[in-house]
Design a protein around this ligand. Structure first.
Ligand code: ADP
Length: 541
């Protein structure tokens, strides 16, 4: 009864993991896809929100700037005026009230007008409905001072007009300041400090509605501190202090993009997930079938190999019996015909034995029961044996035989002598067997590094050669270039397969070069530890 544990079975966690890996791959792939799509959509929507917020901030800032520009234009229009200048110089408050104060405040251009005339005491001014004589002290002195403060150089041209934010009566205002002067030019000899100046002030809250319309800023309002998530623009006063903020709800186009794509995207992702689940189910089913087939095949292959091994072993015993009896028969009195028949019997039995040995060897290698024995041996001695043997075979076939292994003389290495012998026997055996004209040449060389020696055994022949396309195949089990039943050379197609396995187990390799009609070169290259010369060899020497 054979007990077989297939290589790579489920217990070993081998091929069966393919279907699990497929499932993991599909699930992982779909999860990754969903993640990437969702992350991209969220990223796109948040980028849209960011861009929209920045552009709304730019819009509101531009709106503020345009308010200030309008204030500058108006304050200048009301200040560059010959009669206005004369009225200020003459301190004609009634004229100023009627022509500037009333019109500016009545037409609701500004909430407050103040005129400062150096040398006429505190600045006077008007608010809506204030008396013709005007009022003094409309602006707190420190604010007035700050509004009228001039740069050190006091250059009239560069400081002609400007605007400022400021806090008045607890709320933000903006002020526009301009020199009061005749239309044509500044009065001759006028210095910045000596010219009268006019200030127009406006409550920012009065302009909110218009700002809202112009900038489309939703819920635009004034506040001391914007709430979280609100977009805002800071208002900086005369002393560079933040006096408040214009805040509003920033536009969120990303959110509306999300709302719009949510349904179709969800639908598309669901379909992708479904398709992937179905395809994964089919793929996994097929993989399971393949895995099972692989396991079955491995079991079958291993059973076959074990069976072959057992049978080969069982076949050897009777064959040994046959050969033994034939040998005994040889020692008896035989006539010529009987001797000839016995010769045929010997040759057939030997061929049979070598086939059985090859099968046994290969099956042992495949089921892992052929272990290498590491012990000291002298490759030169092995080669000498083989050369002696093969020279006889070559002479019988009337072909030449050259051999040179002097480079290995005196070298002892640690390794499996039997495997080394078997490989070289196969290479030499093939060379002699396949060469009908010319000859065979064996050359062995070695190169040493510290305690290691690389041995190369090169077997060259002038046989039929091997087509390049077959270089790999000839190392397959039972493969023969001429596989026909009428081929002229005997053989099993196992020698090179066994040799390659053995070379691999020794950490070496077999290479082939060949040209059809010219010949072939097979080389065994193997690196082994250099070992001590065995005691008995030294004693014998
Ligand atoms: P076989 O028992 O047939 O020699 P091998 O495994 O040793 O089996 O070789 C496989 C095949 O490779 C051979 O049948 C032959 O076709 C080809 N081959 C091997 N060595 C040589 C060679 N020296 N010259 C030509 N063909 C070769």
């Amino acid at each position: 009864m054979l007990r077989v544990t297939p290589r790579g079975s489920a217990e070993g966690g081998g091929p069966l993991s393919l279907s699990r890996r497929l499932v993991a791959f599909h699930v992982g792939g779909v999860a990754l896809l969903l993640l990437v799509v969702l992350a991209s959509v969220l990223w796109v929507s948040s980028e849209h929100n960011k861009l929209a917020r920045v552009s709304s901030e730019n819009l509101v800032s531009a709106g503020l700037t345009s308010l200030r520009t309008r204030a500058l234009t108006l304050v200048r229009d009301y200040s560059i005026w010959d009669e206005g200048f004369d009225a200020v110089v003459e301190n004609d408050r009634v004229w100023l009230y009627e022509n500037i104060g009333v019109s500016v405040t009545d037409i609701r251009t500004f909430d407050l007008v103040t005129i400062d005339m150096p040398g006429h005491g505190p600045a006077y001014g008007w608010t809506e409905n204030s008396p013709p004589e005007g009022e003094t002290g409309l602006l707190p002195p420190d604010m007035l001072q700050a509004l009228l403060a001039l740069p050190d150089d006091g250059d009239v041209a560069t400081t002609e007009t400007r605007t400022r934010f400021g806090m008045l009566n607890g709320e933000p205002w903006y002020f526009a300041v301009s020199y009061v002067r005749p239309v044509e030019k500044f009065p001759s000899g006028a210095s910045a400090k000596s010219l009268p100046r006019q200030i127009h002030g406006q409550r920012l809250s009065d302009d909110l509605e218009q700002l809202r319309e112009n900038t489309l800023a939703d819920k635009l309002h004034l506040t001391d501190a914007p709430a979280a998530g609100e977009a805002s623009v800071a208002l900086v006063d005369l002393n560079n202090q933040t006096i408040g903020y214009l805040a509003w709800a920033p536009p969120r186009p990303g959110a509306s993009i999300l709302r719009r794509v949510a349904l179709p995207l969800g639908f598309a992702l669901t379909i992708v997930t479904l398709i992937s689940a179905i395809s994964s189910r089919y793929a996994v089913r097929s993989a399971r079938r393949l895995e099972q087939a692989l396991v079955d095949a491995t079991v079958a292959d291993r059973s076959k190999t074990e069976f072959l091994s057992n049978v080969s072993h069982e076949l050897r015993t009777p064959m040994n019996g046959i050969l033994g009896v034939a040998q005994l028969l040889q020692t008896t009195d035989l006539d010529n015909e009987q001797r000839e028949l016995l010769g045929i019997l010997f040759s057939s039995a030997n061929t049979q034995m070598s086939l059985i040995s090859d099968l046994l060897d290969l099956s042992r290698i495949e089921i892992g029961s052929r272990h290498l024995i590491v012990e000291p041996f002298q490759p030169a001695a092995v080669l000498k044996d083989l050369v002696d043997m093969m020279r006889l075979a070559a002479t019988k076939r009337r072909i030449g035989f050259e051999a040179d292994w002097r480079a290995l003389d005196g070298l002892t290495v640690l390794g499996d002598e039997r495997a080394f012998r078997q490989i070289v026997t196969n290479l030499l055996g093939n060379a002699v067997k396949f060469t009908d004209r010319g000859g065979v040449d064996l050359r062995a060389t070695t190169s040493r590094a510290d305690t290691r020696a690389e041995i190369t055994v090169r077997v060259e022949d002038t046989g039929p050669g091997i087509p390049k396309a077959m270089f790999d195949k000839i190392f397959d089990r039972f493969y023969q270039v001429d596989g026909s039943s009428t081929r002229s050379k005997e053989g099993t197609g196992l020698g090179l397969a066994i040799s390659r396995e053995l070379a691999g187990m020794m950490g070496g390799r077999i290479t082939v070069e060949s040209e059809v009609g010219v010949g072939s070169v097979f080389s065994l290259v193997v690196e082994l530890d250099v070992g001590a010369i065995p005691q008995r060899t030294r004693d014998a020497a």
